[in-house]
Ligand binder design. Structure first.
Ligand SMILES: NC(=O)c1ccc[n+]([C@@H]2O[C@H](COP(=O)([O-])OP(=O)(O)OC[C@H]3O[C@@H](n4cnc5c(N)ncnc54)[C@H](OP(=O)(O)O)[C@@H]3O)[C@@H](O)[C@H]2O)c1
Length: 349
């Protein structure tokens, strides 16, 4: 058959399949998985090529300053906490499992006896828990110098949290949005002699190809967990950029950054059923310590001080999509999220 006839047959088969709801859902899911697999492959190759760039400069002294790391006891977060403690920060680990957090602090102290760290219960997917956590931190600390929004989940079946948010959106984005809002008055006091306080959102290259579904933010009509992860990470990146613009406009001494850690052989990548292949290929991926470096770069680098709003990958400016840079959509998402959380006036406005 000629190429023309093959093309006609393909188009007819495609339209027959996509007009059926079940096959259309299967094709959509396949598209998300192929997109994610392709993105992860490209990002792994980029990590290998740029391995030498993924280095931290001199670690500055931050003795007496206060940092918060959500999910700071495991995976990439553990090495972010370790890096911050070594620079002298008093590190507050916001964790679900307080015992695991305390075990990490004991281990760090056996290595660095002068280490200063605290563990406070936090389930970032629950807005009640986020509010409780913020109250405890604020009761102890009049100033906060650094907030690292690291906790994250990937995959799982569709479910809504007690607040009515899709679980990945709640954990990766909405809970951190609320935490940032609640901590803003402490962050605004956390500048030190010409140095702004910082918010570092641990984002992901998974945002490539994703768009925000404003008319169905919880993806209740049709759900694919890979797609939900991508959208939650896109939301986090768009929030970072819009927030940094608001901070600049308000002349607030706080800056916001997003860091893509790379493709990292943490539990997230190696222990869930959907990424078993990744577990077998983990030699190709970054270790959690290497994944923590771009995050720590956002915490430490003086070169990033002005104007802020960077998306960092392998300790340099990374590639992010045009959609993530769309200021109108960033503002729309910010306003929608304020409405979802019933926030009348965000910290910096
Ligand atoms: N691994 C990668 O390849 C990769 C790539 C790009 C971006 N990232 C991002 O990097 C961040 C860290 O991921 P990871 O690779 O280190 O994964 P991980 O090893 O699975 O660690 C996830 C961390 O998040 C915490 N967490 C999850 N849900 C939470 C909740 N509801 N409340 C409080 N803490 C919660 C976990 O605490 P528990 O011990 O309580 O579960 C754990 O400390 C995530 O934001 C992720 O999206 C990872």
């Amino acid at each position: 058959m000629s190429l023309f006839i093959w093309t006609v047959v393909f188009v007819i088969v495609y339209f027959v399949l996509t007009s059926n709801r079940i096959t259309s859902a299967i094709l959509t899911n396949m598209r998300h998985e192929i997109n994610y697999f392709g993105m992860a492959t490209m990002s792994t190759i980029a990590d290998i090529i740029n391995r030498r760039k993924n280095r931290l400069g001199d670690v500055p002294k931050r003795t007496g300053e206060v940092a918060i790391v959500t999910g700071g006891a495991r995976g990439i977060g553990e090495y972010v906490s370790r890096g911050l403690v070594k620079s002298g920060y008093h590190v507050i680990l916001g964790v679900r499992n307080v015992q695991a957090g305390k075990a990490l602090v004991a281990d760090i102290k056996s290595e660095v006896p002068s280490a200063s760290a605290d563990v406070i219960q936090l389930d970032v997917s629950s807005m009640e828990s986020v509010r409780r956590f913020a109250d405890v931190v604020k009761s102890k600390h009049p100033k906060v110098h650094l907030l690292v929004n690291n906790a994250g989940i990937i995959y799982g079946d569709f479910h809504l949290t007690q607040d009515g948010f899709e679980s990945q959106l709640a954990t990766n984005y909405v809970g951190h949005f609320l935490l940032t809002h609640l901590m803003m008055d402490r962050l605004e006091k956390g500048w030190e002699s010409g140095r702004c306080a910082r918010i570092v959102n641990v984002a992901s290259c998974a945002h490539y190809g994703a768009e925000i579904q404003f008319d169905d933010i919880n993806l209740e009509r049709s759900y694919n967990s890979t797609d939900a992860y991508a959208r939650s990470k896109l939301a986090q990146l768009m929030f970072t950029r819009h927030l940094n613009r608001l901070l600049l406009a308000a002349d607030a001494p706080v800056r916001a950054y997003a860091a893509h850690p790379g493709i990292v052989a943490s539990d997230m990548m190696t222990k869930c059923p959907q990424t078993q292949l990744a577990g077998k290929l983990k030699i190709l991926f970054k270790t959690p310590e290497e994944g923590a470096r771009p995050v720590l770069h956002c915490c430490f680098s003086s070169e990033l001080e002005q104007p802020g709003g960077n998306y960092i990958s392998n300790c340099e400016e990374g590639y992010s999509t045009a959609y993530s840079k769309n200021e109108e959509k960033q503002k729309k998402l910010f306003d929608v999220t304020c409405d979802m959380l019933n926030i009348k006036r965000f910290g910096v406005q």
